[in-house]
Design a protein around this ligand. Structure first.
Ligand code: LLP
Length: 422
C-alpha cells in the first residue's frame, strides 16, 4: 500500500486527499514537501513487527530528515536516534528521545560534541585512533564513563553508488579489522573514561540485497566473539542502516524490514545480543513528495524541457547522484495533450539542475501540479538556498485526512536577518 497513488479519475491522492486540492488550498504557490503521517507510522511499524521478540533499538538516522514534528512522532513510536553532529544531538534531546537509545556516529566528531554526548549519556561510536583520543578526553572532562561501540569496517561491497558506499576497506569511515586489537588494548587502559558495549558497522545506503547485511553480520559476530573472549561484556551489535526503497515504481521487489531482520535474527539471538539498526531512508523516503507548479515547457535542439518552480535547491539527489526519483503530474492530461520525453528541470542557473531526465509525460499546461516521489529522505535535509530559493515549507496529511503545516517555509526576511546589525 503506497500513500501516494493515482485513482481511476486520473488524479493523484495522498491518503485519500487529492493533491491538486491541497495545492489550491495552500497560500503560497511555492514548492512544498507533502508527507503522509500514516505512512511514517506504517514504516516504523514494519520495523517494530520485524524485530518482535528480539532485544533491539531502532536508531532513526536523523540526517535523512530532521523535521522536528517527524522526530517527535518517531520518538513517540519508540525509536531511538542516530546522530552525526552536536546539533542533531541537541535536536533529538529537544524532541524528547531517550539518550540511552541514541548513538553518536561520525569520522570527525569534535571534542565539544563528544562532551555533550558524554554529558547526555548517548552511545558513541569509535571511528579512528584520533577519535578514540577525543572520546577519552571528553570522558575525562565530563568525569563519566562513555559507552562506546567500535565501528568496524568489514569490507563488504554494498553494490551501490560510490558516494553512498561506506563499509569498504578504502572508505573514510570506521577502523580496519586488523587494527582491532590495538583499539581493545587502548580501551582496556582507560576504564575510567570508556565502557565498551558493542560493535558497529554500516555498509552503505540504497542496498537492495539483504544477503549483504547477512555477510556483514557474520563477520561482525566473529568480532564480537573475539572481543568477548578478551573479557569485554559487550551487548550491542549495530548493523547500521542502508535498506533501499522502490524509487523506480516499476514493480521491482525490494526487501522489507522483515526480510532484513530475518537474515540476521538467529546470529543475534543465539548470542544474546541487542540488535541496533540505523534506518533512515526506509523510514521516511516513501512518505513524501516534493510538489511543484509547472512554469512552462520549451524545446532546444532535440531536447524538450519541462520547467517547474522546484529545483536542485529543494531536492539535489538527481543532480548529485544521478538518482532516479519517479515524477508524475497530479491531474489527468487535458484532452489532446501530446506525450513527450521531457527533462524536468528547475529555474536554477546550472545545467546540473534537473529533477528527472527523459521522462515521458503528457504536455501539461502552465500552473499544473507535478510531484517528485519518494522525497522524504535526504531531500529537505539536503536542501540549500542556492540562487536564494528559500527552503520550502512542509505539510503532512494526518490520519483523519486533514492537512497540517509541519515546517514553515524560509523567507527572504529570514535571509536578511543574517546581516542585521553588521
Ligand atoms: N548509519 C550510518 C552510519 C550512516 O552513515 C547512514 C547514512 C545511515 C545509518 C542511514 O542510512 P539509510 O538507512 O538512510 O540508507 N544522501 C544520500 C545518502 C547518504 C547516506 C549517508 N549515511 C542519498 O541521498 O542517497
Amino acid at each position: 500500500q503506497h500513500c501516494f497513488s493515482k485513482k481511476e479519475d486520473g488524479f493523484l491522492y495522498c491518503e485519500g486527499v487529492k493533491v491538486q486540492d491541497i495545492m489550491q488550498s495552500v497560500q503560497e504557490k511555492r514548492p512544498f514537501y507533502l508527507y503522509s503521517k500514516p505512512q511514517l507510522t506504517r514504516n516504523v511499524e514494519a520495523y517494530t513487527a520485524a524485530l518482535e521478540g528480539l532485544d533491539s533499538i531502532i536508531g532513526y538516522a536523523v540526517k535523512a530528515n530532521n523535521n522536528l514534528k517527524i522526530l517527535k512522532h518517531f520518538q513517540e513510536l519508540g525509536c531511538g536516534a542516530v546522530l552525526v553532529s552536536g546539533n542533531e544531538l541537541r535536536l533529538v534531546m529537544h524532541a524528547g528521545f531517550d539518550p540511552s537509545r541514541c548513538i553518536f556516529n561520525g569520522n570527525g566528531k569534535l571534542v565539544d560534541e563528544l562532551v555533550l554526548a558524554a554529558e547526555k549519556g548517548v552511545l558513541v561510536n569509535i571511528d579512528s585512533e584520533f577519535d578514540l583520543r577525543h572520546i577519552i578526553e571528553a570522558g575525562r572532562l565530563v568525569g563519566k564513563q562513555v559507552k562506546v561501540l567500535l565501528r568496524v569496517n568489514p569490507d563488504v561491497d554494498p553494490q551501490v553508488h560510490p558516494y553512498v558506499a561506506t563499509g569498504n576497506k578504502n572508505s573514510k569511515f570506521g577502523i580496519r579489522n586488523e587494527k582491532l586489537q590495538w583499539f581493545l588494548d587502548e580501551i582496556k587502559r582507560h576504564p575510567r573514561e570508556l565502557l565498551l558495549v558493542g560493535a558497529h558497522c554500516h555498509l552503505g545506503s540504497t542496498i537492495t540485497k539483504v544477503d549483504i547485511f547477512k555477510d556483514a553480520a557474520v563477520l561482525m559476530v566473529q568480532y564480537i566473539d573475539l572481543i568477548r573472549d578478551q573479557g569485554f561484556d559487550v551487548k550491542f551489535l549495530n548493523i547500521g542502516g542502508g535498506l533501499g526503497i522502490d524509487y523506480y515504481h516499476a514493480g521491482a521487489v525490494i526487501p522489507t524490514p522483515m526480510d532484513l531482520i530475518n537474515t540476521v535474527r538467529e546470529l543475534v539471538s543465539s548470542r544474546g545480543l541487542t540488535l541496533v539498526i540505523e534506518p533512515g531512508r526506509s523510514l521516511v523516503a516513501n512518505s513524501a513528495t516534493l510538489v511543484n507548479w509547472v512554469t512552462g515547457v520549451k524545446t532546444n535542439g532535440n531536447k524538450n524541457f519541462l520547467v517547474v518552480n522546484g529545483s536542485m535547491s529543494e531536492l539535489i539527489r538527481p543532480s548529485l547522484y544521478g538518482a532516479y526519483q519517479h515524477i508524475e503530474l497530479v491531474a489527468p492530461p487535458t484532452p489532446g495533450a501530446e506525450v513527450c520525453t521531457y527533462d524536468v528541470v528547475g529555474p536554477v542557473c546550472e545545467s546540473a539542475d534537473f529533477l528527472g531526465k527523459d521522462r515521458e509525460l503528457p504536455t501539461p499546461s502552465e500552473g499544473a501540479g507535478l510531484v517528485v516521489h519518494d522525497a522524504g529522505a535526504y531531500c529537505m535535509s539536503m536542501a540549500s538556498t542556492y540562487n536564494l530559493k528559500m527552503r520550502p515549507p512542509e505539510y503532512w496529511i494526518e490520519v483523519d485526512g486533514s492537512l497540517k503545516q509541519i515546517r514553515k517555509g524560509e523567507t527572504f526576511d529570514d535571509h536578511l536577518r543574517f546581516f542585521e546589525g553588521l
